[in-house]
Design a binder for this molecule. Structure first.
Ligand code: DC
Length: 227
């Protein structure tokens, strides 16, 4: 393969994007770019440092003092995100971050900085990138695009099992509704299903099936690319 291959995966909150993208990237030995983790990391910093994010000067100052990098961790056989040199992947998955992240991710200045960082991070690597605006804004020329969705109750059930044993089913379900609404209706690069994305409903699929579907489609695309 001569050029780098980029796969874009977008979709609703909790639709299985991260698990599928991470699993497919692991199987192919490719770079997994979790853009949601970047918005979560900034949200974590805003909360931790009590940044008045509605004050553009304070926000700008925070952004100039922030680095987000991805480093390969052999123990995980994958890339891990670092915020200002620290691994915060555990801290960014809690309910407090869930309830605030869509508000932070809607700020145009933040999006502009993150999109640049995402494009830079993927340079020179075969990449599977996952988020909300990947096929529409970050990598509009991606080689393959997917849009994942899943029944709302099933998404809430999965979240409860995986991340949030302390939150109730209804709290999680309401948070998913709210995040999908904000993510899809914000002015700056909202979640959209682009016309050339392959649609995958994961409601009745096991994780292995989702990963296999994406990997098979990528392999097929690589085969036709070579001809
Ligand atoms: O995929 P996730 O749940 O980790 O994403 C967290 C939030 O970040 C999500 O509610 C919307 C936002 N996000 C975004 O606006 N654009 C992206 N490319 C990825 C995530």
């Amino acid at each position: 393969m001569s050029k780098n291959f980029v796969v874009a995966i977008d979709g609703t909150a909790g639709s299985g994007k991260s698990t599928t993208a991470r699993g497919a990237a692991k199987e192919l030995g490719w770079f997994y770019l979790d853009t949601g983790a970047m918005y979560r990391a900034l949200t974590y910093k805003v909360i931790r440092d009590k940044i008045d994010y509605k004050n553009m000067e304070a926000l700008q100052e925070m952004l100039t003092q922030t680095t987000i990098e991805f480093k390969f961790e052999p123990a995980n056989n994958n890339y891990v995100m670092f915020l200002d040199g620290k691994n915060v992947n555990h801290q960014i998955r809690g309910a407090e971050i869930d309830s605030m992240v869509s508000h932070i991710a809607a700020i145009p200045q933040i999006r502009a900085m993150m999109v640049k960082a995402q494009q830079k991070a993927a340079q020179g690597k075969n990449t599977i990138c996952e988020g909300r605006d990947i096929a529409s804004v970050v990598f509009p020329a991606a080689d393959l695009k997917f849009y994942l969705d899943c029944n709302l109750d099933e998404r809430a059930n999965r979240r409860k099992k995986d991340n949030h044993p302390k939150s109730t089913f209804h709290e999680i379900r309401n948070n998913l509704i709210e995040r999908d609404y904000i993510d899809s209706n914000r002015e700056s690069s909202p979640l959209v299903r682009v016309a050339d994305a392959i649609y995958l409903d994961t409601t009745n699929l096991a994780i292995e099936e989702e990963i296999k579907f994406v990997v098979d489609m990528i392999k097929l695309r690589l085969l036709t690319e070579k001809k």
